[in-house]
Design a protein around this ligand. Sequence first.
Ligand SMILES: *Cc1c(COP(=O)(O)O)cnc(C)c1O
Length: 355
Amino acid sequence: MSTPNQISPDELPRADFASIPRYSAGAAPEIDLGDNTNQWGAPPAASAVLREGLDVSRYPDMYGDSLKRTIAKMSGFGPECVVTGNGSDDVLDCVIRAFASPGDTVAHPDPTFVMVPVFSRINGITPVAVPLAADFSMDADALLRTNARIIYLCSPNNPTATPTNVETIRRIIACARGLVIIDEAYVDFTGLSGFLSEAPGLERVVVCRTLSKAYGLAGLRVGYGAASAKIIEIVEKSRGPFKLNIMAERAAVEALTTDSAWVTARVRDAVQNRDRLAGELRVLGLPPLPSVTNFLLVPTPRAFEFARSLRASGIGIRAFRALTGIGDAFRITAGPWPVMERALAALQTALRSAT
Ligand SMILES: *Cc1c(COP(=O)(O)O)cnc(C)c1O
């Protein structure tokens, strides 16, 4: 039954949502080398928290206060300079929403983290893609020329795995018209300290990090951002209370403190196996881009064919279509060597089959 003044069901949603796809990367296979998670599993002290459990009849801290204090102490600034989120995806979404209005623009390198244009569009903000230079470095001049309200940088960059030059980042920070987001999801694998500690002293910078990659807690959804207290106050308005659940907050504190030696050791393993995997891929005639992360990007016109045939052996890799300046490519996460051997054997089988 409907009365004449009612909106038709087709017109109930926001009009611009019609052209926004529902993000999906397919179901996770038995071995998932598609999304750069920790292939050694979750760290032990964090896992123990989850096994022991907590009283979930209570609400968590409104803004993840114990995690904010932990990060602040590790980084040498106050907890008022930290925002926590339901994954760093959530932090990115909240920052974009709070610092750009519908109709504004967010400039980002291309290719980069696929969620950035998605979060821009669901907030009514226009993403502006700026191609990477031929050597996969970020084009500071072109990013600055967009005059965007927000410039997003990924350091190191996903999905290319390549580093982002520190001087390029500094130049963008110095000259950007609006806010600069530096996404350091893979900084742990670089051996460099990144911009986290500096962020609170900069007036228009937010540095984002995640516990989903090196820290092995992707399923718990924990991320954070660091910035000046003035910026964080605004991001927390956009975030709202209770985003981080009570179990995730406690496990994240353990992962960052008690588990830190475990994490460092797994990072070392990942880097070592990444280089070994890169060598084997080169032997197969599939040279990857140079990587400073826990994954490799391998440009090949057969990327989707390889992804399909590895999936048939229970191994997930991520295929990308027509990446700007690169073409089709697949991304593969570094893990324990026996897993890498399985992936390499499946790739060899796929290579031997006709194109
Ligand atoms: C994985 C990833 C994230 C998101 O991590 P979550 O904390 O799991 O939401 C953010 N940025 C980049 C570049 C990533 O690769």
